[in-house]
Design a protein around this ligand. Structure first.
Ligand code: ZN
Length: 264
């Protein structure tokens, strides 16, 4: 269970106690229970208290390819070193770009989460810009106080390789990475697996991939995982990611995992 829910629960209990204390007559007569506003006590807390926040991070950006120097700038990698600000991403053999895929799937996930009362924050809102850098993407999750942060990508591996995998920071560099982040990654894996997508046959195990080289995961202070939906160089998966119906399937799988993690 994510920590913010526990905090919200504590706040709610504190609020209920405060309301009860303030409304108690001085001194309380035997009939005191009649003045208690039961509806007010049982009323759900205001939305801002319980509304979960999810940051969706669509990998890469459409303008990265034309700004090689800018996205090649070195930024902190979360383990004491540096790495490139961002990359151009991959594409299918037919030329369908990963940045377009991630942007579209992210919008579909956002729509599904919003319909369930989740507040969604995006790390980029168009597909023609540059960046942001990986360290800035991680900072978005921190500033939002996100209950979950999910980066969405697709891979560009050898044509025989196929399947999704979900990456998480390992070895972890903080308690969030060693606990909730792994729970989030597992929830995403369970949902994608349950939706019928094959576990990766070339990286990680059982659809999960511990990674130490992904800055966005290393820098995370909120529960964060990265989904590699498919191998865009595998013929059948390339066909799937290239259709709106296929992308909707990936979005449903990712949204299902996030909602399960949030307990919604
Ligand atoms: Zn990518």
């Amino acid at each position: 269970m994510p920590a913010p829910r526990t905090v919200a629960h504590v706040l709610l209990c504190g609020l209920v106690l405060a309301v009860a204390a303030c409304s108690a007559p001085q001194p309380a007569p035997p009939a005191a229970p009649e003045v208690v506003d039961a509806a007010a006590v049982s009323r759900p807390p205001p939305d801002p208290v319980r509304e979960p926040v999810v940051v969706l991070d669509a990998g890469h950006n459409g303008g990265n390819g034309a700004h090689v120097a800018e996205i090649g700038r070195q930024v902190p990698d979360g383990r004491g070193g540096t790495k490139a600000c961002n990359t151009t991403g991959t594409q299918t053999a037919a030329g369908y770009a990963e940045h377009a895929f991630t942007f579209d799937v992210t919008a579909r996930v956002a729509k599904r989460l919003t319909a369930k009362g989740v507040r969604v924050v995006l790390t980029r809102t168009d597909d023609a810009g540059v960046g942001p850098c990986v360290d800035e993407r991680a900072a978005v999750g921190q500033r939002a106080g996100a209950d979950a942060v999910v980066s969405i990508h697709a891979d560009g591996s050898a044509p025989a390789n196929r399947g999704y995998h979900v990456a998480y920071s390992d070895p972890p560099v903080n308690d969030v990475q060693s606990g909730p982040a792994k729970v989030l990654a597992t929830a995403l894996r369970d949902s994608l697996h349950g939706a019928g997508f094959p576990d990766s046959n070339y990286i990680g195990r059982g659809g999960l991939s511990p990674r130490r080289d992904l800055a966005g995961l290393n820098l995370a202070t909120r529960p964060t995982a990265l989904v590699e939906c498919a191998n865009m160089r595998h013929a059948a998966e390339a066909a799937l990611v290239s259709t709106p119906a296929g992308r909707d399937r990936y979005a449903a799988g990712i949204a299902g995992g996030i909602l399960a993690f949030l307990g919604r």
